[in-house]
Design a protein around this ligand. Structure first.
Ligand code: ADP
Length: 399
């Protein structure tokens, strides 16, 4: 059981994927949010597993269902609510914040969602068919399971709504832009968190021209000026830009025409290839996981890392041009926060721009990993998308 000042109330955060539900619970204490617990229900379609942990990682509750037993999002949400109620009895839940991948052209802020709003959010599903329906399912379920508790949608695209029309355009017939075929950019909650941290970590850089690098299973770069998004490597979908764990990143559209017209691949097969069989996994043939590749002797494991670093360095050049200069870079997410080797290789590839690595600081995790003499500075800043969602939720509820 968790001790908490119950009268202060709590906000919960939900992040639903295709076969998982991540959740966390925060206590609202004035302007502060204190993490109370976090956890996930995963393998919902294959071998469901539920775990809830204290902030220090201590396992508070764990349950594994039998192989082949499906749980489904509905049951996963009910199980989570019941477990949290038992672990934090009597807690006053003020609201739930949900990560929603797509806010389309219109949503530039989090919003309190009512059942009447759902059709507008569901209408955006064709823009992100693999993610949006999963993100929206728990909101719909929560209207019934948590009656009277406000549900807040926090969009991964919202932070990039500050980008110019030019930065959002593709050079295809104009009516497609008006229909919503534009560059949206993703990982917005992560970049917004980084923008909120920079004034404390690197105050001078926070006012300047920055490229933040979210390098996790998904990967993108965001050009920011004065804490606002100016451009992103991701576009209409979360496929564009850098190679990722299993996603291709940017690819000549002519390749897709070739695959469909000459090789007879269906749209579904191409989709599978681009989302699941490409990126680090596709090149290496070994793994999508950077740790596994760094430890592997397989010849194409090294090649996959070479390509990853090369593409990051090229995209930094492109975004620096969009910014009209560059003051520094920030590494974040799994690879960005934890792989000194990848950070070193990226910064060496960017030496010509004025980056000078501080090897000792990089090895110990920074936060500043460039030397004092380096013309451009480089930093590692851990991201926290859940905390960003919790903050938005409190704000949206008028807290
Ligand atoms: P997600 O995008 O799913 O949230 P993460 O941000 O946790 O994923 O990033 C996962 C990636 O981070 C994986 O490729 C993993 O290998 C990599 N990673 C985590 N720790 C390390 C490490 N110490 N060294 C290298 N890569 C790491």
């Amino acid at each position: 059981m968790i001790e908490a000042s119950l009268e202060r109330g709590m906000v919960a955060v939900a992040n639903a994927g295709s076969s998982s539900l991540k959740f966390s619970l925060y206590e609202v204490a004035g302007d502060e949010l204190r993490l109370v617990l976090r956890g996930l229900a995963e393998g919902l379609d294959t071998s469901p597993h539920f775990v809830a942990k204290a902030p220090d990682g201590l396992v508070l509750r764990e349950h594994t269902w039998g192989e082949g037993q499906k749980l489904g999002h509905d049951a996963a949400l009910h199980h989570t609510i019941a477990a949290v109620r038992e672990l934090v009895p009597g807690a006053t839940l003020r609201g739930v914040g949900h990560r929603v991948v797509h806010g389309g052209p219109d949503y530039s802020q989090p919003m309190v969602v009512t059942p009447e709003d759902m059709p507008k959010l569901e209408a955006l599903s064709p823009l992100a068919p693999l993610h949006q329906p999963n993100n929206l399912a728990p909101i719909r379920l929560a209207f019934e399971a948590l009656p009277g508790i406000p549900q807040v949608a926090c969009f991964d695209t919202a932070f990039h709504r500050s980008t110019s029309e030019l930065a959002q355009m593709y050079a295809i017939p104009w009516h497609f832009f008006e229909e919503g075929v534009r560059r949206y950019g993703f990982h917005g909650l992560s970049y917004e968190y980084i923008a909120s941290r920079l004034p404390q970590v690197a105050p001078e850089l926070a006012r300047g021209k920055v490229i933040a690098m979210h390098l996790g299973n998904g990967a993108s770069l965001c050009a920011m000026e004065g804490g606002r998004s100016v451009a992103s490597t991701m576009g209409f979908s979360a496929l564009e830009g850098l190679p990722m764990g299993t996603r291709s990143g940017a690819i000549d559209p002519g390749v897709l025409l070739y695959l469909m017209q000459q090789r007879g691949m269906s749209a579904k097969e191409v989709e599978r290839m681009l989302y699941r069989d490409s990126g680090l996994l596709g090149i290496s043939g070994v793994s999508s996981d950077m740790r596994a590749l760094l430890a592997s002797d397989a010849p194409r494991a090294a090649l996959a890392i070479d390509l990853y670093v090369y593409r990051i360095a090229r995209e930094v050049g492109s975004l620096a041009a969009a910014l009209g200069g560059l003051d520094g870079v920030v590494f974040t997410a799994g690879i960005g926060e934890h792989s000194a080797q990848v950070r070193e290789r990226v910064l060496r590839a960017l030496a010509w721009m004025g980056f000078e690595l501080d090897a000792a600081a990089n090895a110990s995790g920074g936060p500043r990993i460039s030397t004092a003499a380096s013309r451009c500075s480089a930093w590692t800043v851990p991201t926290d998308e859940e905390l960003m969602i919790a903050r938005h939720t409190v704000r949206a509820l008028g807290g």
